[in-house]
Structure formats: structure tokens, C-alpha cells
Design a binder for this molecule. Structure first.
Ligand code: SF4
Length: 407
């Protein structure tokens, strides 16, 4: 199906213009305990490696910020994101020191969005007020599930009652932030309808954003060992599609738009920071295992704190991997990430030689699967149904003689 030039690929995609953003990410690796499925760079507070404390980590981050600013200039950032780990565990005095150093090192005077990730059992009134004073205007709350059985099996540090109790107790302070909730789908210990009940329950706290991810079995995690012995616990892709379909219907009926494969927002309250990743903007990441991509140069920091700090003590950036992407690799990455979003990819985002071939393939694919993909002369985008099989569609679009060189 080839839609006429004037037909918008999606209502929301054309109603809201896309901001150009550049993001600063700070990784905070502390957690109350390790969840059974987690393979993020994080440490349980009772099992910190030698030399790691809130203070020593803040010192290292501050040093990295100063070095990065010296080596890379002092770029202007429009978003600031503290992710983890559980950044809400960071003591206020350390958090203030870090934010002050970021202000000294970079141009963050025009931050539009300042997000901090938090778990519900780490909220307290003093922290919430101080985060607001520091400029935090968006909280991303990792709820994951409101089923006690699931929370226990996943190794989360709170019960349903504790999570909802914390949200209720701090309702007034939370109202000062744009709230986003993370929920996991495909949890084998709960009914497929649990996620719908959870979304309805969380509506009471007026979120403007929800992220829905499938539970994944990452190698080396306690969950992976468990699934090896109990294969019936393995995530099921049909169940995921059903849960996502039902959740999407509920969210769209309530005014949320699915603007990215796993993300839903009300009133254009997209995660501007994550849009930087999906739209190919520049971002700088500080902290263990943090990644950066600036003008096509991608780096990843050391994952272990000891290696990370050792590099900084030598006055070196703690970079473990560095790759300079070729034009073709950049184009492939643009395609892969942009198609995750409802805006899709437009003609001016790719070299013309690639765009022309891609457009022909997309038109042909849209003829066969009009329910999955929309191709107009300037833009290619996936429908919501297409987002559910996004990986397969990208593979189909990207294979063959599109690039002129291997990617
Ligand atoms: S709270 Fe998040 S980062 Fe920490 S262990 Fe659990 S899943 Fe991993």
C-alpha cells in the first residue's frame, strides 16, 4: 500500500514535532538487592566490591565529568538522566555534589528534561523535595509488577502493599514530577491479565508515561539457571504479543500513544532522553558501563568499578571499547532505531543512495503487509501491529543489496 503524500503515517507522529535533543546519562550502580533477572551493571549494597561506596563513586563520576569535558569540549545538553541501578538510593549530599560538578563541567543550563530512576521502596519526603530543588522534573519508577508472587520470584525488594503504600504516602510530592512507570510483561508467575489490573491501579497516581518490557532471560542470571531446570518458566512470545496487544488497547483508550515499541505517553510526554537514542542524537554517558555516541564515535566504559576507577586514577577516560561507525553502519543503526518509533524514518535521515533502495523495498513490503508498515515518499513507519514484529521487519528491509557494503 502506498499512501498518498498528504496522508500522515500516524496521527500522533504528525501532531507533535520532534525535538532535536542531546543527552547526558549518569549511571548509578547501587541496588538494595539484585533482582533474579538482572544483568545491568549494578551492585547490591551488601556486596559492594572493594573500594566502592556512595562517596568513592561520586568522586569517580566527578573526575570523569571533568576529564570528559576537557577532552570533548563542554557540549550543551538538553536532557539529563540518572539511571541504574537504583539512583534514588544515592544520598542527597552525594547527589548534590554530582549535579554541581555536571553544572561546572557541561552546559546544562537549558535542560528540558531531568529524569531520575527510582524504586518505590526508596522514596521519602525529603528526597522528593530535594530532587525537585535540584531540577529533577521526571521520575521513572520501576514497579515491574503488583503481584506479590511475581515480586518475590523476581527478587524485587518490595511487596505490592509497600509499593502502593509509598506511592500513596507521597502522592502530593510525586505530583510535582512527570511520572513514568515500568512494568514487565510475560512474567510466568502471574496471569496475563495482571498487567491490565496493574495499569488500572497505577492510573490513580496519574502517570504520563508507561514503559512495558518483556521479562528476558539473560545468560548468567539466577533466572537463567532456574529456567534451565524449569523450562516451562521461559518467556513465551505469543503470550507477550497477547499481553502487549491488550495493554496497548487499554492505554490507547486512556489517551496514551504508543510512540515506541515499548513506550507509551500521554499528551506528547515522550521520554526526550530516550528519543535521543532512537533518533540518532549525540549522548554522553558517565559511570560504569555507560555508553556514549558522539558524532558517530561510540564508546563503552569499563563495567567493573575497579577498572573504571583505575583508568580515572591514571587521568584517562575509563573507556573499555571504542568504535568509529562507518557511514553504512550509521545508516543501518538509524534505520533500526528510527523504525522503533512511530515517526519512523524519513528521507533526510539516510544517504540518498540507501534511501532510494530502502523506499522501493518498503513500498513492496507495504503492498504485501499494509497492516504492518506504511511507506510514503518521504517517510517509512511501522504501524502498532508492525512494532510487535519490528525486528523481523527491519531484517527484511535491511537484507540484500541496500547498503553497498556489509554492515
Ligand atoms: S533494581 Fe533494577 S538494576 Fe537493580 S538489580 Fe533490580 S533490575 Fe537490576
Amino acid at each position: 500500500m502506498i499512501i498518498e503524500k498528504s496522508s500522515p503515517p500516524k496521527d500522533h507522529a504528525t501532531r507533535y514535532s520532534l525535538p532535536a535533543t542531546s543527552g547526558l546519562y549518569i549511571h548509578i550502580p547501587f541496588c538494595l538487592q539484585r533482582c533474579a533477572y538482572c544483568d545491568f551493571a549494578s551492585y547490591a549494597l551488601n556486596a559492594l566490591p572493594n573500594g566502592l561506596s556512595f562517596g568513592s563513586y561520586a568522586d569517580a563520576l566527578i573526575k570523569e565529568a571533568r576529564l570528559a569535558a576537557k577532552e570533548r569540549g563542554a557540549p550543551r545538553f538538553s536532557t539529563l538522566y540518572f539511571g541504574g541501578g537504583t539512583p534514588s538510593l544515592m544520598p542527597l549530599d552525594e547527589l548534590r555534589r554530582i549535579v554541581a560538578a555536571l553544572r561546572e563541567s557541561f552546559n546544562v543550563s537549558q535542560i528540558e528534561e531531568f529524569t531520575l530512576e527510582a524504586n518505590p521502596d526508596t522514596l521519602d519526603g525529603e528526597k522528593l523535595a530535594s530532587w525537585r530543588e535540584l531540577g529533577v522534573n521526571r521520575l521513572s519508577l520501576g514497579i515491574q509488577s503488583l503481584s506479590d508472587t511475581s515480586l518475590k520470584e523476581l527478587g524485587r525488594s518490595y511487596s505490592r502493599e509497600e509499593a502502593l503504600g509509598a506511592l500513596a504516602r507521597h502522592r502530593d510530592e510525586l505530583a510535582a514530577f512527570d511520572l513514568s512507570f515500568d512494568l514487565l510483561l510475560n512474567i510466568p508467575w502471574q496471569n496475563p491479565s495482571q498487567v491490565l489490573d496493574d495499569i488500572r491501579t497505577l492510573y490513580a497516581f496519574e502517570p504520563v508515561h508507561l514503559s512495558l518490557y518483556s521479562l528476558k532471560v539473560e545468560p548468567g542470571t539466577p533466572l537463567a539457571m532456574r529456567v534451565a531446570n524449569e523450562p516451562e518458566l521461559a518467556p513465551d512470545k505469543d503470550r507477550f504479543a497477547d499481553e502487549m496487544g491488550a495493554a496497548e488497547k487499554l492505554l490507547e483508550e486512556s489517551g496514551f500513544a504508543r510512540y515506541e515499541v515499548s513506550n507509551f505517553a500521554r499528551d506528547g510526554k515522550w521520554s526526550l532522553h530516550n528519543l535521543t537514542y532512537w533518533r540518532g542524537g549525540n549522548y554522553l554517558g558517565l559511570g560504569v558501563n555507560a555508553t556514549s555516541c558522539i558524532r558517530g564515535v561510540r564508546t563503552r566504559n569499563h563495567r567493573e568499578f575497579a577498572d573504571y576507577r583505575a583508568a580515572l586514577m591514571r587521568n584517562e577516560l575509563p573507556v573499555a571499547e571504542r568504535a568509529e561507525l562507518t557511514e553504512t553502519e550509521r545508516a543501518f543503526e538509524r534505520l533500526m532505531l528510527a523504525l522503533r518509533t512511530m515517526w519512523g524514518i524519513s528521507r533526510d535521515e539516510l544517504p540518498l543512495r540507501i534511501w532510494k533502495k530502502l523506499q522501493a523495498k518498503a513500498e513492496e513490503l507495504a503492498e504485501r503487509h499494509p497492516q504492518l508498515i506504511v511507506a510514503i515518499p518521504e517517510r517509512i513507519a511501522l504501524t502498532s501491529a508492525g512494532m510487535n514484529v519490528e525486528h523481523a521487519l527491519v531484517v527484511e528491509l535491511a537484507e540484500g543489496d541496500l547498503w553497498g557494503e556489509p554492515v
